[in-house]
Design a binder for this molecule. Structure first.
Ligand code: MSP
Length: 650
């Protein structure tokens, strides 16, 4: 923004009348000036900080797309003499995007980063204008209601968003107007006649080559639709403003080339590069007011309304504080570290958005994480087809963490995933209740061993490594040790299990860095199975029983007679070693699960007495936490079950 500083100086020195951009710059860049709507400190400044915190450091910035507010649309239905308001809830697809973004933010926090998450609602445009009309509502109150529905959903999915942006907010309008002035001043906007096929549902123009004629099944009428989305398009011919998108083709291609992993998964990166290489047309960025009233007016021409996608995309920098005061460019988080979007809005985010940013001389987001769609009966879940699952009902039935687990675990990143209640039940029973829940109950609720004692024994990792090798045995472990007091190194089960556990955090981290939270979660699930299997083969309850008999001096029931002191000690060590590997598994999985299932992971870590300041990624190495092991439930009480039975299993 150095150029802006020079421009400021030039403006101040010149005696001429100011252009609108100049007066905006002056208002914006007065040293003490802080926009009223931005006075509030960003939430992350108020949050507890990590050691490396410094106000100047750029926070980690994650965004979701902003949701069309008509997904929470209310329709008036005349029912006899009453008017009933039907609220069409947002659908599971929207909840999925929210949860993915929340998981990515929480993962950054797990790494000790200060992170910001921005979500919100997209409230302008033809689609909203028409939806409000249909609902017999004025657009602003229509948006107010819709935004509330999404705010409620964000809260109910446990989203740790720091911002909830609404494009009808004054701060956002100011940003959009400012950007328009800048683009105009840079000669990147021009007026001309525009003809093309417009889809209100997609809020975009399609070229002739991307539409075709079909017979609409419900009405039998012939209609033109977009080949890509199947949404109806209408021919429009009007004068409006254009953005010189074509001028950015080479710079975009250069950017893609230099950042080949900018978009994940790689298949979508390829598609974007190919589409830009095929050519770019200039983009229509306004509509005449007589067609579209509900939006931000072009600040220099009140007969035109700014195109909703230009308006909407800028939300990401609005909340990062743009236009920023000199020296504060990074304080709000821009450039974003990850922008999360569904595969249907890739062109807007991976072609138009970087072009707008290049035009403004702003840095581009570091990563665009795209995901696939949820389908229902193999059809895309979409409110316009009515083929949707209400997330509020799903949350009510399965509870938050089970839904978070299911959506991330089964949800598609590269490929679409089909939604069915039966799949949720299956995952819940197999992975959570009978998998993790059972493991926790077996280890933490058992009375015949002492978790804390095992943790105390292995205060040194060296000792653990030694014992894992020395105490090997592939057989049932109630068997007494050999003559020399050690178990034979039969199949290195202990050592192998310890090594698998040691590799778990890095495996999960790698998947997260590759933007594949589904694989990351599956990797943890795999360890739940591995730990249950390990416990089954090592049967610590048998060792515990033997130790108990030894302690009672019950000679008759002891196989092979009483153990020597040395052998007794070996058996106790073996018991503690197995137990320690199990509780370390629970502790490490509990830490890693926090971004995915915050409540259940907290419950698990609490029940093991893991201190809240020992729950970051740094603490996922074996043996780093030496202080846990006393459950924080009152003595004599059982650790509560982690996952309750479902009301119905179908
Ligand atoms: N308002 C635009 C985004 C503007 S961002 C500057 C929009 N809104 S939306 O409400 O239609 O979609 C919001 C998000 O939900 C998108 O990422 C979209 O991909 C996602 N989903 C919508 N339907 C979905 C599924 N069926 N499955 C998964 N995600 C889906 O687009």
């Amino acid at each position: 923004m150095c150029g802006v500083k020079h421009a400021m100086r030039a403006i101040l020195q010149s005696q001429k009348a100011l252009t609108p951009l100049q007066s905006l710059l002056l208002r914006r860049w007065r040293p003490q000036w802080v926009c009223q709507s931005r006075r509030q400190k960003p939430a992350w400044i108020r949050e507890v900080s990590t050691e490396s915190d410094s106000k100047d450091e750029k926070p980690y910035y994650v965004t979701t797309p902003i949701f069309y507010v008509n997904a929470g649309e209310s329709q008036r239905c005349k029912h006899q003499t009453f008017i009933v308001l039907i609220i069409q809830a947002p659908h599971v697809g929207h909840m999925y995007t929210m949860i993915l973004a929340d998981v990515m933010k929480r993962w950054a926090v797990l790494h000790g980063k200060r992170a910001i998450l921005c979500t919100g609602t997209d409230e302008h445009g033809m689609k909203i204008q028409q939806a409000a009309q249909k609902a017999d509502s004025d657009p602003q109150s229509f948006c107010d209601k819709g935004a509330e529905v999404f705010k409620t959903l964000a809260a109910q999915v446990g989203m740790s968003n720091d911002h909830f942006v609404r494009t009808t907010e004054p701060a956002h309008r100011e940003t959009v107007e400012y950007v328009w002035h800048l683009l105009e001043e840079r000669g990147l906007i021009y007026e001309s006649k525009h003809e093309g096929w417009y889809s209100v549902s997609d809020e975009t123009f399609y070229p002739e080559s991307q539409v075709h004629l079909i017979v609409d099944p419900p009405t039998g009428k012939k209609i033109m639709v977009s080949i890509e989305t199947g949404k109806e398009v209408q021919w429009t011919s009007e004068r409006n403003y254009h953005f010189r998108l074509s001028a950015f083709r080479d710079r975009l291609i250069k950017w893609y080339k230099e950042n080949p992993e900018w978009i994940t998964p790689a298949s979508r990166m390829k598609e974007v590069v190919a589409s830009v290489q095929a050519g770019l047309e200039d983009l229509s960025v306004s509509r005449p007011v007589d067609r579209l009233t509900w939006g931000i007016r072009v600040p220099t021409d009140s007969s035109q309304t700014i195109y909703v996608w230009l308006d909407a995309l800028l939300n990401y920098i609005t909340k990062a504080g743009y236009p920023w005061q000199p020296g504060n460019e990074h304080i709000g988080g821009w450039p974003a570290d990850i922008q999360i979007i569904g595969k249907d809005i890739v062109r807007f985010h991976c072609v138009y958005w970087p072009a707008f940013l290049l035009a403004l001389d702003l840095p581009l987001p570091r990563k665009i994480m795209t995901h696939a769609h949820w389908t229902l009966g193999k059809q895309k879940m979409s409110k316009s087809t009515g083929n949707v699952v209400n997330p509020f009902y799903a949350l009510d039935r399965f509870r938050l963490d089970a839904m978070r687990y299911f959506l991330v675990h089964n949800g598609g990143i590269a490929n679409d995933a089909d939604y069915d209640n039966r799949y949720i039940v299956e995952r819940y029973l197999t992975d959570l209740k009978n998998g993790l829940g059972n493991l926790v109950a077996r280890i933490l609720r058992a009375k015949n061993w002492n978790v804390r004692k095992a943790v105390e024994r292995y205060q040194s990792v060296k000792q653990l490594e030694h014992d894992c090798v020395q105490l090997q045995d592939g057989c049932r472990l109630s068997r007494p040790p050999q003559e020399d007091g050690e178990y034979a190194d039969v199949n290195r089960v202990l050592e192998n299990f310890k090594n698998v556990l040691a590799g778990l955090p890095q495996d999960v981290n790698k998947h997260m860095e590759e933007m594949e939270p589904n694989k990351a979660l599956s990797r943890i699930t795999l360890h739940i199975y591995a730990a249950n299997g390990f416990m089954q083969t090592q049967a610590p309850w048998d060792i515990a029983k033997r130790l108990q008999l030894e302690a009672l001096g019950d000679v008759k029931k002891r196989r092979g007679g009483a153990l020597s002191e040395k052998n007794l000690d070996t058996l106790q060590r073996r018991m503690d070693c197995i137990l320690y590997l199990m509780v370390e598994s629970l502790r490490i999985m509990g830490i890693l699960l926090q971004p995915f299932m915050p409540d259940k992971a907290t419950q698990l870590l609490d029940s093991m007495g893991v201190s809240p300041d020992q729950r970051t990624f740094k603490h996922t190495a074996i043996g780093v936490d030496k202080s846990y092991g006393v459950p924080n439930v009152p003595q004599g009480q059982k650790v509560p079950a982690l996952f309750m039975p479902l009301e119905s299993d179908f």
